[in-house]
Design a protein around this ligand. Sequence first.
Ligand code: FAD
Length: 286
Amino acid sequence: MKPAAFAYLRPDSIRGALEALARHGPDARVLAGGQSLMPMMALRVAQPAVLVDIGRIQQLRGIHATPSSVQIGALMRHAELLGSAVVAERLPLLTLALPHVAHAAIRNRGTLGGSLALADPAAEMPACALALDAVMHIAGQAGRRSVAASDFFQGLYTTAVQDGEILASVEFPAAIPGDKPFFDEVSRRRGDYAIAGLAAVRKAKHEVRLALLGCGDRPQRAPKTESLVAEALNRGQQPVRSDIRDALRADIDPPSDLQADADTRLHLAAVLVERASKSWLKGDTP
Ligand SMILES: Cc1cc2nc3c(=O)[nH]c(=O)nc-3n(C[C@H](O)[C@H](O)[C@H](O)COP(=O)(O)OP(=O)(O)OC[C@H]3O[C@@H](n4cnc5c(N)ncnc54)[C@H](O)[C@@H]3O)c2cc1C
C-alpha cells in the first residue's frame, strides 16, 4: 500500500515549524527520521494531510554537556548517540541500550526525539529517560516548557507534547562516579521491540532505579522492587527471585498480547531485575 496524498513542508527554523503546525492544526504531523511515521503512513494507520519535516532544523541538533547534565537535541539520530564519546562517558546507560534499538539502517535515520515523542511502551529510549530522570524541553508558539520524564509519558503512544508543539531537546542528569548502569531486554529477534526490558541504574549512594519497558502502556518505575533490591544489595545479598516477583506484582500490571501473556512478562521482568542485581553485586566484590 502507498501513503494517502499529503502536502510536504520543510521549514528551517523552530519558529517556522511551529507556524506551519499552527496553520494546519490537527491535520499536520511532525516528521523527524520517518522510521515509525512513514511505515504507519504506508499502512494508512496514519494519514496526515500535511507533513512538517523538521529534519533540516539545526537548532534541534547537538549534544551539550555541562558539569552536571547532558542536553541532547531532539533530532540527534540513534547512530550518532551510539557513536558519541560524551554519551558513552556521561550517559553510559544510553550507550548500553542503543544497540537494542532496531537495526543499523533504522538507527541511521531514527531520532531520539522521534522515539520519545512516539512513546512506544516497548521502546528503549523512553525507559532510559525515565530511569535517568530526564527532562523534556518542549517548544510551542506560547514559548518553551519543561516536563519531567515521569510526567511526560502519559499512556499508550501518548505524551505531554500537544498538537502544535515540538519536542526540542532532552536534558539528562549526567552519571557520577560510582553509578552503575544496566540494560537488558528479551525480544524474539535482535532488533525487534522488546517483549520485556529493563533500563536501570544503581546510584553511587546506593539508590536503585528500575524502569521497565514492554510491561505496561508506558515505561514504568517499580518503587517496591527498587527498595527490595537496594536493601538486599546494601546488605551484600542477592535478592531472591520469588521476592522480586512479588514486589514486581505490586508495581506493574503487564499486558497480555500475541507475543507473551502477562505472567510471562512478569517472569521476564523478574529475571531481568535478578540479572541487574547480580551484576551490581559482582561489581561490589573486590
Ligand atoms: C522495523 C523497525 C524496527 C524498530 N525497532 C525498534 C526498537 O526495537 N526500539 C525502538 O525504540 N524503536 C524501534 N523502531 C522505531 C525507530 O526507533 C524510530 O526511529 C523511532 O521510533 C521514531 O523516530 P523517528 O525519528 O524515525 O520519528 P518519526 O517516525 O519521524 O516520528 C514518529 C512520531 O513522533 C513524532 N515526532 C517525531 N519527532 C518529534 C519531535 N521532535 N517533536 C514532536 N513530535 C515528534 C512524529 O510526528 C510521529 O508521530 C523500529 C522501527 C522499525 C521500522
